[in-house]
Design a protein around this ligand. Structure first.
Ligand code: PEP
Ligand code: MG
Length: 323
């Protein structure tokens, strides 16, 4: 099976009815681009940049966080590693299940960390840190195609603040004569409120990326890190599928890019459903790419559309999917 899959590495991911599908890699460090290229990824759909910030134990915040130059070098390495293919860099998503260090991991002061200061909320609460990251990413964009992805947005005011900080980072770079490049701007759809207000997001962003890991957590009120309720963490819950389907459909209607970058994208049990819902861009751990590609090569989207609709309308989508 391994050997057979390996032969698919250089084969383009095209369905039986000729639909081109983009299989992208999720990475945590610039060095992961080696494995991504090897697996046949056509780009990075999610660079979880917080891994550059995590586990750097120190007493002062200044020495703990990577500075602009260190980040710039890391993002540039990722871009170079992908050899001209696009790299989607998500701005820092710390807090909740991704503590910055063991000290904050042990802090008990936040009763509901998943509902607290994490991701874009963290960045907007510390604009100096956020601007440092934005400048580093914009500078790296001079070396290749970068898509800038913002996690955990829910409010129009957060979108406005984020966009104005991106503009400000560009101005800062211009003022000091630093070279920077253009970026496509994307938002993660991982809070139900965002999936229910797509109009606002599509007004401001070039593309959306659905983070099903958090979308499931927040839709079902199931802590993704709590084993005692793990049996209720259900990607096939009709409410989750409805939000995913609507997001894909609305992006397609408006001609905007849309990807899924949560675990669902790398789970072959969902490949046919996502194709049937119109998804053409999947981002996943590199180890999942060949298996998903095999599903894509066997799929006929013209037949999957009606079936996907019946899955969506069912009270028991998992049963319909199982056939
Ligand atoms: C997600 O929430 O689906 C996602 C891709 O982001 P993370 O798992 O890093 O929260
Ligand atoms: Mg997430």
């Amino acid at each position: 099976e391994r050997g057979r899959l390996a032969r698919l590495r250089h084969k383009p991911a095209i369905t039986l009815d000729g639909q081109r599908v983009e299989l992208l890699a999720n990475i945590e460090m610039p060095e992961d681009t080696v494995g991504a290229v090897k697996a046949g990824a056509v780009g990075v759909g999610l660079f979880r940049s917080e891994f550059l910030f995590m586990g750097r134990e120190s007493t002062t915040r200044q020495t703990r966080l990577p500075d602009e130059e260190e980040q710039y070098q890391a993002y540039k390495r990722a871009v170079e590693g992908m050899q001209g293919m696009p790299v989607t860099i998500r701005t820092i998503d710390v807090g909740a299940d991704k503590p910055l260090d063991s000290k904050s991991a042990n802090k008990q002061e936040h009763l509901n960390p998943a509902l607290g200061l994490r991701a874009i909320r963290w960045s907007l609460a510390d604009p100096a840190m956020f601007l440092t990251q934005l400048r580093a990413i914009l500078r790296a964009a001079a070396h290749g195609e970068i898509h800038l992805l913002i996690p955990m947005l829910a409010h129009a005011s957060e979108i406005r603040q984020t966009l104005s900080l991106i503009d400000f980072a560009r101005t800062e770079l211009d003022n000091r004569g630093a070279v920077h490049g253009p970026v496509k701007l994307g938002a993660m759809i991982e809070i139900p409120a965002a999936a229910l207000t797509l109009r606002i997001f599509l007004k401001h962003f070039d593309f959306l990326s659905i983070g099903t890991n958090d979308l499931i957590q927040y839709t079902l009120a199931i802590d993704r890190a709590d084993e005692s309720v793990a049996h209720l963490y259900d990607p096939a819950h009709p409410a989750v599928l409805r939000l995913v389907a609507d997001t894909i459909a609305e992006c397609r209607r408006q001609g905007k890019g849309v990807a899924v970058c949560g675990e669902m994208a790398g789970d072959v049990a969902f490949t046919r459903l996502l194709l049937g819902l119109g998804l053409r861009s999947f981002s996943m751990h590199p180890s999942r790419i060949l298996a998903v590609k095999q599903e894509v090569l066997r799929a006929d989207t013209s037949k999957l559309e009606a079936w996907a609709k019946s899955v969506l309308e069912s009270d028991d989508p998992a049963a319909v999917m199982a056939g």
